[in-house]
Design a protein around this ligand. Structure first.
Ligand code: NAP
Length: 230
């Protein structure tokens, strides 16, 4: 099964968001490579991820290496690092990403006011990524509104939808399939420019979490005809 599924690299996959996504994809049968600035840390993280989701019949694989090797070896890359480190993480791996899809999870949070929307000058974090990488890399925005604690337990049902933005429909389809396989409902939410809404929503959700003492609030698309719900 694993040889028919694309290799996914999670750059910054040692962190809470990236490791949760990686674990869910490995559980769904994907070969996953954890990327880190430190390959030892990535290997350790891979061991911990494998222990979180014990192998089932569908299990793919998970291993760790440095960010550049992970980017070179994958077919689909996922970026899961803090916004302050987004572009300096992408720069050294840009060549290795040529011709590939990069799913960018970055929410542009600016400490200390992470519950206030502060979008970057370019309009959004993913627009910054796309500008830096150029048109040879197809950037997709997804997973900005999924709180990491919901990803961590492989059996936890995630009560939050994923908005997927990209300029190419085929690239959005790839991310929607990955979200579905990780146990989430995902929607075509338009071109990359629309990702500003999902990125801004992350700060709104953090505010709601704090104001209402919710561990990890989320969003749902409603009004769906029953025929589409099956
Ligand atoms: N956590 C959430 O609930 C959540 C929800 C929605 C969206 N997001 C977004 O997802 C992204 C990752 O979030 P996270 O909570 O997983 O972040 P994190 O745990 O703080 O960091 C993720 C990884 O980024 C790398 N990193 C940290 N500092 C770095 C630096 N100075 N330079 C280069 N790499 C560095 C580290 O990997 P190595 O040290 O191994 O290289 C780290 O394990 C963020 O953009 C965040 O806004 C997070």
């Amino acid at each position: 099964m694993t040889d028919t599924r694309p290799v996914i690299a999670v750059i910054g996959g040692t962190g809470s968001q990236g490791s949760g996504l990686a674990m869910r994809w490995a559980k769904a049968g994907y070969p996953v490579v954890i990327g880190s600035r430190d390959s030892n840390r990535a290997q350790q993280s891979a061991i911990e991820i494998a222990a979180t989701a014990p192998r089932n019949d569908n299990w793919g694989s998970v291993r760790g290496t440095d960010n550049l090797s992970a980017a070179a070896e994958c077919e689909i890359a996922v970026l899961a690092v803090p916004h302050a480190n987004q572009l300096n993480t992408l720069k050294p791996i840009a060549n290795a990403l040529k011709g590939k899809i990069l799913i960018d999870v970055t929410a542009p949070l600016k400490p200390p006011k992470v519950s206030t929307v502060q979008l970057p000058e370019a309009g959004s974090a993913v627009i910054e990524s796309q500008k830096m990488l150029g048109e040879n890399v197809t950037v997709v925005a997804a997973f900005q509104n999924i709180a990491a604690q919901h990803l961590a337990d492989p059996d936890h049902e995630i009560d939050c939808d994923v908005l997927v933005c990209a300029n190419k429909k085929s690239a959005r389809e790839v991310a929607i399939t990955l979200a579905n396989d990780a146990g989430m409902t995902a929607w075509h939410a338009g071109p990359l420019a629309n990702a500003a809404a999902a990125e801004a929503m992350t700060s709104v959700l953090i505010f709601i979490n704090r104001a209402h003492k919710i561990p990890g609030s989320g969003i749902r698309i409603t009004g769906i005809p029953e025929v589409l719900e099956d």
